[in-house]
Ligand binder design. Structure first.
Ligand code: PLP
Length: 401
């Protein structure tokens, strides 16, 4: 018999969302009449808007014609790569630096193939789970210590530091996952903070994996939507991004990764060249239908629909924030991001989760699932139908803290 990959054994049992689903099922089984509402997951709920949908339909139709048929497009359709550079980066990148993916999460999982097991990893704490779980799977981190995974540097992002980490704690020559707008805290790093991050990365030989999956939720014009607004970032950053949350493509699957030509390893080799090699080797490109939808999303009508959809979820976020403020719960996020990060000092996240489920039949996400510094927090997600969010907000009134 073949042995199990020991890295898999290192992954902590009960990935956060399956564990939440298990507790929800358990509650539903013992309360069959309860109408449970989820403000827990980051999955989108609203239909794809008509112009973008038309792009998908036409993409499918084209495939059934001799002139329009296309097969493998390893790095993605040239037109889409150019459009992404034009729309999101003022045309600063050539098509060779923009790689189309089947989603940001998939690319985050593949990125560590560039660096292997020997590269130390640092994360914001709390953080989106795939950064650490992906590191464990590739062997860059070891087993669960009870506080976190061994070998990973957790940089706490708490109310005390305004959810921006102490960069002096970054190890030299590490891979640093940084997410802004942040999942789960909803915090958005400003230009000064990102400039400090880039300066620290250049000084310490760090590569930043900048996750901008929620950039289209930023409404404050002074806040940067991309790390590439910061001088020097082309020498130290990779950016992953996605159509999932702005265009409702969570089920369609489309994202992109920017790997600048200037980004080099310690030995001077090109990271971009290796990424091209990796995507060509283990990934045969995103669906051409999804890419046609992506092109429609980036023309002027599509961008209006992106705005409309993200405005809708931000409207939900405002309702949730107001409901929590009325209860006297301190929270951040929800203004430039679809997540609200609520503080329950001195309490265990899973206990608060259980209390909200029991008293309100509302599912949330315990902050401790995102890292040690997430304990005593709950993440509320604004992805939901309006009527459900309104009902959930009124039920939150049953709580008293
Ligand atoms: N990055 C962050 C921070 C996310 O929260 C998510 C999804 O919830 C993703 C990436 C995944 O994006 P995609 O659907 O493109 O894989």
């Amino acid at each position: 018999m073949i042995n199990r990959n020991p890295c898999i054994a290192n992954i902590k049992a009960g990935y956060l969302f399956p564990e939440i689903a298990r507790r929800r099922r358990e509650y539903a089984a013992s309360h069959p009449d309860a109408k449970i509402i989820s403000l827990g997951v980051g999955n989108t709920t609203e239909p794809i808007l008509p112009h973008i949908d038309q792009g998908l339909i036409e993409g499918a139709r084209k495939l059934a014609t001799v002139e329009g048929y296309s097969g493998y497009q390893d790095e993605g359709l040239l037109e889409l790569r150019e459009k992404i550079s034009a729309v999101f980066y003022n045309g600063k990148f050539t098509a060779d630096e923009v790689f189309i993916s089947d989603g940001a999460k998939c690319d985050i999982g593949r990125i560590q193939l560039l660096f292997g097991a020997g590269t130390p990893v640092a994360v914001q704490d709390p953080s989106y789970p795939v950064y650490v779980d992906g590191s464990v799977l590739i062997g860059a981190a070891g087993g669960w210590t009870g506080e976190g995974y061994s070998g990973i540097t957790y940089l706490p992002c708490t109310a005390e530091n305004s959810y921006f980490p102490d960069l002096s704690k970054l190890p030299e020559n590490c891979l640093f996952y940084f997410c802004s707008p942040n999942n789960p805290t909803g915090a958005v790093a400003n230009s000064e903070q990102l400039a400090a991050l880039v300066a620290a990365a250049l000084k310490k030989g760090i590569i930043i994996v900048f996750d901008a999956a929620y950039a289209e939720y930023i409404r404050d014009a002074a806040l940067p939507k991309t790390i590439f607004d910061i001088e020097g970032s082309r020498k130290c950053a990779i950016e992953v991004n996605s159509f999932s949350k702005p265009a409702g493509f969570t089920g369609v699957r489309l994202g992109w990764t920017v790997v600048p030509l200037e980004l080099k390893y310690a030995g001077g080799e090109s990271v971009n060249k290796d990424w091209n090699r990796i995507t060509g080797t283990i990934f045969n490109g995103a669906s051409n239908i999804a890419q046609a939808g992506g092109l429609a999303a980036l023309d002027s009508d599509g961008l209006k629909e992106i705005r409309r959809l993200s405005d809708f979820y931000l409207g939900n976020a405002k309702l949730i924030r107001n409901a929590l403020n009325t209860l006297g719960v301190l929270c951040v996020g929800g203004d430039n991001s679809p997540y609200i990060w609520a503080r329950f000092p001195g309490r265990d996240s899973w206990d608060v989760f259980a209390e909200i489920l029991e008293k309100c039949q509302v599912v949330t996400t315990p902050g401790s699932g995102f890292g040690p510094a997430g304990n005593s927090f709950i993440r509320f997600s604004a992805f939901g139908h309006r009527a459900d969010v309104e009902e959930a907000c009124s039920r939150l009134g049953r709580l008293s803290f």
